[in-house]
Write a protein that binds this ligand. Sequence first.
Ligand SMILES: Cc1ncc(C[n+]2csc(CCOP(=O)(O)OP(=O)(O)O)c2C)c(N)n1
Length: 561
Amino acid sequence: MSKTVARQMAESLEAHDIDRIFCVPGESYVGLTSVLIERNSLQLIVCRHEAGAGFMAAADGRLRDRAGVCMVSRGPGLANGMVALHSAHHDATPMVMLIGHVERRDVGRQALQDQNYSVLLSDITKQVIEIIDPDQATEAIARAFHTAESGTPGPVAVVLPEDIFDQQTDGEPDQPRARVAAAPRGQDLDRLADMLAAAERPLILVGGALLADAVHDESVFADLVRFSEKWVVPICPTHRRPQLFDATHPNYGGYMGIRVPPAHIAEMKRADLMIALGERLTDPVSQSYSFPTAPEPQLPLVHVWPDAYEVGRVWRPELGIPASPAEVMRGLLRCGAPAEADKRRGWVDGLHEIHRSLLAKEWEPTDDGVNFAAVVCEVDKHLAPDATVTTDAGNFASFIHRYIGFGQKQMFLASVVGAMGSGMPMAVAAGLRRPGTQVVVFVGDGGALMTGNEIATALQYGVNPIMIISDNSMYGTIGMHSYMRYPERPFMDGTRLTNPDFAAWARSFGAEAITIREESDVADGISRAFAVKTRPMVVHCLTSAVQMSAWRRYEASEVLP
Ligand SMILES: Cc1ncc(C[n+]2csc(CCOP(=O)(O)OP(=O)(O)O)c2C)c(N)n1
């Protein structure tokens, strides 16, 4: 039956189980939106900035392990959204970005907002698919989802010329390609079991691909616990995936994030085997390529990642297994643990002991503002077992990783590669996908004004996050780097910020808000924030700049003007 391309595309998106698209409208694709609105089969979330729409789609993609979808206008709209593509590409997050385009006959003329997307996006997408012929539309959608979700997941751009939507096409929409999962070869599993049985001090890093497996099958979490207990191994969730293993479980070996504290990394480096289970391994996780050392690891490395291309790309593993990490873990469970697994109890306990001492809710007082540790520890008391926590990038986030012990039923979302501006949009996406559960977003005063305006989107769609702003009047992370490299230069110069009254800013949107000025305000303020359930709530915290991160203080005696 003949139909328009717009309808064919809408049916294709429906066939791929897409129930929500995040967008900033553009004149180039009104042909598609008008059909989507008419069919009313999916929810259009109209956002305030394409970065916001993109980060929402990325978060949605992670929550469903199905490519999240956003739709942006050509040229400038896409340019605004590129930060989310960059992040999804680095974070191995499945995402499809639909991009408006000029009419086909004007391509290459530098028509209004024309752009060569294949060139522009070549290093931040897995593929750019340009629809030229009406009959390609449905196949393009199916290929986009398949590419975004298979192997190492990532973003795919689909470019939609303005004049294509009303063209006619025949045929039924392409159906989704079946998701495939690779299992480990028997001989690799046997070798892995032998290596693990022989190891005295193994370290198991668990990362995003295991989390993705758990989206489809929650029992992955319980299996991970069983694996750690039966094989007596320490489990180390990696950078910005803290929820993979309960921080209070005795086999929790430590959080493998940016700059693991010295005592902990020194102990970890005594390991005689590292198994990266569903962790691609990156600069932050590998402690800037020093553990494991790249390209030749200083200890035997087993790398499990569902994409053969990645295994061996940077590091030379002793054993590489391009398979689903959940399948590998279950394979080990089926093999059965060796009788002498308990020989590792001391090693596991030692790592856990260091981790527990780091988690201690202790901090030093500060007199130039509230120590953010006090705020984060108070939030931790109120977090529900199924709460979602999202963060932006910035030093304030170090307090979250130091002081909040996440559990397996909680959800943590952020740009893993550290793009500022991810926090608030990801909170909106989480609130929509997990209605009725707590959503807490932590941002700095820098990130707050990058995409914090998406609080308007939260209000528009009835999402009620608690937004906690650490306002130290500076781009603190960069101030810290500057201080560490050039300690003789004045602290804060080049990173200082003059901020609005964030509580007044929040109220102007219709949110509730309070300001915390002293440590003595913290307990009452946070408890009031958690009592607000029917509106977004902003907690503006005037925080110390001297306490640069959860681990580091500015040391000079003469500090602030
Ligand atoms: C989009 C983007 N721009 C710039 C940076 C570089 N950057 C990393 S952290 C940071 C400062 C963050 O400041 P703030 O949000 O106030 O948090 P703080 O570090 O003070 O806790 C900057 C500018 C980045 N990571 N992402």
